[in-house]
Design a protein around this ligand. Sequence first.
Ligand SMILES: Nc1ncnc2c1ncn2[C@@H]1O[C@H](COP(=O)(O)OP(=O)(O)OP(=O)(O)O)[C@@H](O)[C@H]1O
Ligand SMILES: [Mg+2]
Length: 372
Amino acid sequence: MKLDAKALRYMTNEDFRVLTAVETGSRNHEIVPVTLITDIAKLRAGGVKKYLGDLAKRNLVSRMANAKYDGYRLTYGGYDYLALKTLSKRDSVVSVGNQIGVGKESDIYVVAGSDGNQCVLKLHRLGRLSFRNVKNKRDYLRRKQSPSWTYMSKLSAMKEYAFMQVLYEHGFPVPKPIDHNRHCVVMELIDAFPLRQIDDVKDPGKLYSELMDLIVRLAQHGLIHCDFNEFNILVGDDGKPILIDFPQMVSTSHPNAEEYFNRDVECIRVFFKRRFQYESYLYPKFRKDTKREFSLDVKVAASGFTAEQQNLLESYMEEISEKNPEINDDSDEDEDEDEDDEEEEESDAESGKDDSQEKHSSDERASCKNTH
Ligand SMILES: Nc1ncnc2c1ncn2[C@@H]1O[C@H](COP(=O)(O)OP(=O)(O)OP(=O)(O)O)[C@@H](O)[C@H]1O
Ligand SMILES: [Mg+2]
C-alpha cells in the first residue's frame, strides 16, 4: 500500500485520540467495540462515532460489518499514521518522499529528518501477503489468540533495529540506525544499488571474498544473516558491499545454524557463477571457519529484543510459510476473496502491494530465500 503522508496534515487531536483508542483496544480485541473505543478516548459517544466514520473514510480504521457488535479494527494506514506521528514528534521524520522499494513484507520510502538529511523509512508489513493468504484458511482465523499483524510487524521492526544497532556499533557495513517506532525503522540512506541490479563489477573476485569474509565475520560474532543474497547486499560506486535486511537473522547457536550458514555461502557462490561467471573453490565452512570470538547474539538479546520475542517471530514465519508455500515465491496472484467471509471487510489499505512497483523475479528469488 502507499503511505499517505498527507493524511497526517488533516488529522485533528480528536481524530488522533480515537485512532489511538482503537490501537489500545486492539491489544485485547480483534474487533474493538465502539463502546470500548468511547471509554478509552473519553469523548462523547456521538462524537466518537463521527470521528470513527471519518477515520474509516480515510482508510485508517475499518468497520467490521458482520460482527456481533459494532466494532472497528486498525488498518495498515492507521498504524502507519500512528508511527509517523510519533516519529515526527521526535523529529526523526519531518517529510515523506518517494517510495524506493517494495519488498515482500515491507515498503521503503525516502524521508527527511529535521536536519534535512535524507534517510530511509522501512515499514514492516509482516502478514501483508501472509494475512491475505491465511485469511482464507478458516482454522487459522478461528484459532484463538493468533498474533496480530500489528504485533508481528512491530516485532520484525524491533528485531531489525536491534540487529542493525549492534552490527553498526561493531563496525559492520550496515546502514546507520536512526530511530524506530511500532512497525517502522528509520535508517541511513545508502547511495548504492542492490547487487542484483549490477551487471558488471571491476573485480568480482575481490567482491566475492569480501562477501565471504563478511559471512565469516558475522559467524565469528555469533550471527548468521539467513537471507544473505543479491537482494540484500547494496554495492556503491566504491565497490564496497553494505548489508541490509535483518529480520531473519539467527544466532550461531541455533539448531539449524550450519544449514543456514551454508545456504548463505551457497547463495553467493551460485550468484557469482551465474552473473559474473566467477567460480572459486575457496569458500568458508561452518565448522572450520567460524570460531566464535564475540557474542553479538547475546548483546542483541540484552538490547531489549528478547529470546522469547525472537522465538515467537521465528515460529510465526515458519507457520506462515508452512501453511502458505506460495508466499515464498513472488507470484502474487492469489487475489480470490473469501466470498462468504463477510467479517473481512478488507480496505485498499490492506490489500497488498502496489503493482506499479518492481517485483523480484520468483525464479531468482526462490533459489536463495530462506524462511526458517
Ligand atoms: N538503507 C537503505 N538505503 C538504500 N536503499 C535501501 C535501504 N534499505 C532498503 N533499500 C532498498 O529497498 C529494497 C528492499 O529493502 P529490504 O530488503 O530491507 O526490504 P524487504 O522487505 O526485506 O525486501 P525483500 O523482500 O525484497 O528482501 C532494497 O533492495 C533496496 O533497494
Ligand atoms: Mg530484502
